[in-house]
Design a protein around this ligand. Structure first.
Ligand code: SF4
Length: 248
């Protein structure tokens, strides 16, 4: 499919998804031709999607990026989620040589020193494993919501990702945090205990802090940076996240 046809297809899919509930959105995407991959960070939104996939027995591949810097609570939740929903979550890891090269150039925790160093770490620990997780996929399902941050305010239900040449599907785009919490309660979805300790958004341990009352949901992610740069490159084009050098 050419990029223009793929974009038109995504626009049509976006309109169809807007009329459906979560289960129907996922059912529709998983019924279309081509592999559907859902990448979960084990955050509360992603747990809702995992639950909907597991409870409905949908043919969606569920994958996670084990960056090597996750909270223990997050790692423990992977196995708990597999057991609760009777699914297998595929783990993708960074390459040891890439980690060594990063540490030699920036230091293991060099991400605090500059945006460039932080993006380089996310590249090695997240973007490279993500590319592996999405290899062969036609649809990439994510837990993005419009109300999570200003960066995500225009999130569509479906869009063509030209950089990765696939259709990105965001079935929770129009959900509020209250909607998420209500689903979790209704379906007894296991969640990360850190959420109750002030972490609405959870990433790698050294790059996530608890937020204060009244702060935006993602204020605890890369808290030392300006808001407009606070993405890791998973959901914005790499070119937009400024220089992301591949470690030699
Ligand atoms: S979130 Fe932090 S530790 Fe994790 S990959 Fe990005 S910079 Fe590295």
């Amino acid at each position: 499919m050419s990029p223009s046809n793929a974009a038109a297809f995504a626009a049509s899919l976006d309109s169809q998804l807007a009329e459906l509930d979560l289960s129907a959105r996922l059912r529709l995407v998983s019924s279309l031709e081509g592999l559907a991959v859902f990448t979960t960070s084990l955050g509360i939104e992603d747990q809702v999607i995992t639950a909907a996939i597991g409870l409905n027995g949908l043919p969606v591949e569920v994958s996670t990026l084990e960056t090597g810097r996750l909270f223990k609570e997050t790692v423990d939740l992977i196995a708990e989620t597999e057991e609760r929903f009777g699914i297998t979550i595929k783990r993708f890891h960074p390459k040891p040589d890439d980690i060594d090269a990063y540490a030699a150039k920036y230091g293991l925790n060099g991400f605090y020193e500059s945006v460039e160093a932080r993006h380089a770490c996310c590249h090695v620990r997240k973007l490279v494993p993500l590319a592996e997780a999405l290899s062969g996929a036609r649809f990439w399902i994510t837990g993005l919501r419009r109300s999570q941050s200003g960066n995500r305010a225009a999130t569509p239900f479906a869009e063509y990702d030209a950089e990765r040449d696939l259709i990105k599907v965001n079935p929770l785009a129009d959900w509020s945090l209250d909607d998420i919490n209500a689903y979790v309660e209704a379906e007894s979805v296991p969640t990360n205990p850190l959420h109750k300790r002030g972490y609405p958004s959870i990433g790698c341990e050294p790059c996530t802090r608890a937020i204060k009352p009244g702060e935006p949901e993602r204020a605890g992610r890369w808290w030392w940076e300006n808001d407009e740069k606070r993405e890791c490159g998973l959901h914005v084009p790499e070119a937009v996240t400024s220089a992301v050098p591949t470690p030699a």
